[in-house]
Design a protein around this ligand. Structure first.
Ligand code: ADP
Length: 432
């Protein structure tokens, strides 16, 4: 075991036998590098299991290539453990939370029950559990796309939100204010799902319809230990999210909502975790404040999306991923909330097209308070906006004494950016 020792220059880690964490990541995960980096800094050997030859970053010599959907994935990971035993298992993204929970359960390590992990990525199952637990949830119903829609759409009231049962990052989430818009939204999501061949049929053939919950939105990062929730950070989303699509943009921490409301938020998330059966590891929750209560939009059993985890810095140089890794190997954690304010802007994708260049990055970077501007796609990449798109254009990170100042810095920085796109001409036209 490594121990924290208080030295003259603060907390230091003394080395003990090497600890090892199995990190299960889809090939396109934004978080793999952050976990590897955190492992290196904090003396934890991170072994990545992922798909495809190109899944693993160059920094990684070891690791296991495996088909995450294959029936023998669990068996192969257990065989890997027999050679190099793990003290913890972490999933980077929604797609891998169930497999991670099954591996950890088989190894007798702290884990979420697989049914709870499934619930944390299946919006229909989650709604049913929340409703059964008496938590505030919008009216909802499941649509079967392989059956006639007419009878299934009777007796609805508007506005509504249409969403796939298992995608993330707001993909396929569309607001509809009247029956015609609803039909269009359903067809659009049907086309999107038809291209998601990796999904099981049950996730491609069903859609969730929910009543639209108005109100400001919050995001919360937390950590569960034996079913007890510790809130690590609360983010406000200062731009109203009214639809028809729900692009993530500004996340600012700490929250400026009143303390009583934030206590309610925490209670609602803890109750949602209990309703799903979640007990261990990171949770990322999104809620709306409406009618004096906190309404769960989702609770995922992983950390915040994209590179946003970079924003959080805890005591003794711990980033979010370092906390998650150390928690997974049951190290005592320095759980002191981050100080000061910080914000991230997930840079909006201005339209569909091929990325030519992003102008104004230096000017954005020079804005006081701005820490970093990261463009996460390369020139030549086809940008696809919501509701179909799945990737981030980039991120701006800012730090300040007050949340309002962090938000202002991000807004000023964003005004400098100009995203230059070329039309994405279909090949048949270009060659014809
Ligand atoms: P994802 O997991 O893809 O992010 P969510 O179900 O969390 O999907 O929805 C994404 C966003 O869409 C939410 O953060 C919220 O802004 C909006 N949204 C989803 N459902 C509703 C709803 N019933 N009422 C209002 N807004 C919603």
């Amino acid at each position: 075991m490594q121990r924290l020792r208080r030295g003259r220059r603060g907390l230091r880690l003394s080395r003990g036998p090497q600890r090892r964490v199995l990190l299960i990541a889809p090939p396109n995960s934004y978080r793999t590098f952050a976990y590897l980096d955190a492992g290196r800094r904090h003396g934890i050997d991170v072994v990545v299991a992922s798909e495809g030859e190109h899944a693993l970053v160059a920094a990684l010599a070891g690791g296991l290539h495996l088909d995450l959907q294959a029936p023998d994935a669990l068996e192969r990971l257990l065989a890997l453990n027999a050679r190099t035993p793990f003290q913890g298992v972490v999933a980077t993204d929604d797609q891998t939370v169930e497999l991670a929970s099954r591996v950890a359960a088989a190894l007798g390590l702290p884990h979420n029950p697989p049914a709870a992990a499934l619930c944390s990525r299946r919006k229909d199952l989650a709604r049913a559990r929340l409703a059964a637990a008496g938590l505030p949830v919008p009216d909802w119903r499941l649509l079967r796309l392989d059956r006639p829609l007419g009878p299934q759409l009777e007796g609805l009231s508007y506005p509504l939100v249409v969403k796939p049962v298992s995608l993330s990052g707001s993909r396929g989430v569309i607001r509809a204010d009247h029956p015609e818009a609803l039909r269009e939204a359903i067809e659009r999501v049907r086309r999107l799902l038809a291209g998601e061949r990796q999904l099981p049929a049950v996730e491609r053939e069903q859609l969730l319809l929910e009543s639209f919950v108005p109100g400001p939105e919050l995001a919360v990062e937390g950590l569960l230990t034996d079913g007890r929730l510790e809130v690590l950070a609360v983010f406000d989303k200062p731009d109203p999210l009214e639809g028809p699509f729900f692009e993530e943009t500004y996340y600012i921490t700490p929250s400026r909502h009143p303390a009583e409301m934030l206590e309610r938020v925490e209670r609602r998330i803890a109750a949602a975790c209990a309703a799903y059966g979640l007990r261990e590891g990171p949770v990322h929750a999104e809620l709306r404040l409406h009618a004096g209560d906190a309404w769960i939009m989702e609770v995922a059993s992983r950390t915040i999306g994209g590179y946003c985890g970079r924003l959080l810095r805890f005591e003794a140089g711990h980033g979010l991923e370092a906390l998650v890794l150390r928690h997974a190997v049951r190290d005592p954690l320095p759980l002191v909330p981050p100080t000061g304010a910080a914000g991230v802007l997930m840079i909006p994708i201005p339209g569909a097209g091929i990325l030519r260049r992003v102008e104004g990055i230096l000017a954005a970077q020079r804005e006081p308070g701005v820490e970093e501007v990261v463009i996460s796609v390369r020139e030549g990449y086809a940008l696809v906006p919501l509701p179909e798109g799945a990737s981030y254009l980039g991120f701006i990170f800012a730090r300040a004494d007050e949340p309002a100042a962090a938000e202002r810095a991000l807004r000023r920085a964003h005004r400098h950016l100009r995203v230059v796109l070329a039309p994405n001409i279909p090949l048949s036209l270009a060659t014809g």
